[in-house]
Design a protein around this ligand. Structure first.
Ligand code: HSE
Length: 347
């Protein structure tokens, strides 16, 4: 039996998820219903006739839905909808970084109480499966530092300024035309988008809930083509860098920041081009591990969302199997009080 999916939100990522599910590429997840605003987009021709089209969130709470995919963004009503979905016995998949950064621990707890799943791979670094890699693949280590390029728009702008000496303004317009930037690019440029993702990584990687508003940000808007040329003359370039590290000896403390920083050309951060994201994690035991790939755009993020759905389908399959004795996982390692903040040097 595939998991039966109800999707709310039909923007760039929502459409890409619907297309991927409608392609029938994987039988483990089936799109049953799409929900949009009454004054939202029209039903596209390519959507199979078997998929319902609704303007009522309540339609996703019907018994024919197993998983609600929330791709609307913002805190409310996404938080309320997630609560209602869990209480109605649904699992929830989201790519909503603000929701997960602010209310991840609350939603993980509710999901665990309801014995359902809450997955959010698409909320951080688009198509780079860093959440699952940190949760599962590095579970045996103790992470001490996370550094990364977590905003595709800023990386696109900076690399276009660098490669073709575009002005900041022209490079931003290109990024918007390609659908990387948020509708209001302030969140990208000022670092608010990246700090929400960094806060999620702190939760998953350190088990510490850091409030996004506690992470200091500096804007990339002041970076000029001359700054980039100067950095290059010194074997470096400029990137929007997000970094967080544990403060040893002080439990639950994290030093974190987001902003433009000079990075060496031969390091992993400088190798991110266009809207790519890179995440470098340092573990006490295993040392440095680097994850990289497409950090923004409909299709890469849709792959993350659909992979979460397949993980839920596989988990349900195991739960229904008579040989299995485990129950639903809780994805957030622990629920700790908020950290304090810190700052790093910026360009
Ligand atoms: N605006 C975001 C970015 C989209 O550029 O990275 C993906 O979260």
């Amino acid at each position: 039996m595939p998991v039966r999916v109800g999707l709310i939100g039909f923007g760039t990522v929502g459409r890409a998820v619907a297309r991927l599910l409608a392609s029938g590429r994987d039988a483990r997840a089936r799109l049953v219903r799409v929900c949009t605003r009454r004054d939202g987009p029209a039903r596209p021709d390519w959507l199979p006739a078997t998929v319902d089209w609704s303007d009522r969130f309540e339609s996703l709470l019907q018994p024919d839905i197993d998983v609600v995919v929330e791709l609307v963004g913002g805190i409310e009503p996404a938080r309320e909808w997630s609560h209602r979905a869990f209480l109605a016995g649904k699992s929830v998949v989201t790519a909503n970084k603000q929701l997960v950064a602010e209310f991840g621990p609350e939603l993980v707890s509710l999901a665990a109480r309801q014995r359902r799943s809450f997955r959010f791979e698409g909320a951080v670094a688009g198509g780079v499966p860093v959440i699952r890699a940190v949760q599962d693949g590095l579970a045996g280590d103790r992470l001490v530092r996370i550094t990364g390029i977590l905003n595709g728009t800023c990386n696109y702008i900076l690399t276009r300024m660098e490669s073709d000496r575009l002005s900041f303004h022209d490079a931003l317009e290109e990024a918007q035309a390609l659908g990387y930037a948020e509708s209001d690019p302030t969140a990208d440029i000022e670092g608010l988008d990246a700090r929400a993702k960094l806060a999620i990584l702190c939760g998953v990687g350190f088990g510490i809930h850091v409030r996004p508003s506690d992470i200091p940000c500096a804007s990339v808007a002041g970076v000029t083509a001359d700054d980039l040329a100067h950095a290059r003359a010194n074997g470096c370039t400029i990137r929007q860098v997000s970094s967080a590290e544990r403060v040893e000896g002080t439990p639950h403390m994290v030093k974190a920041s987001v902003g433009p920083a000079v990075v060496p050309l031969d390091g992993p951060l400088a190798r991110a081009h266009g809207c790519q994201n890179v995440i470098v994690v340092d573990g006490e035991v295993g040392g440095e591990t680097v994850f990289a790939g497409q950090g923004a755009g409909g299709n890469p993020t849709a792959v993350a969302v659909v992979s979460d759905l397949i993980a839920i389908a596989e988990q349900r399959h195991r739960l229904l199997s008579p040989s299995c004795s485990s129950n639903v996982e809780a994805n957030w390692p622990s629920l700790q009080p908020s950290s304090s903040k810190g700052s790093d040097s910026h360009a």
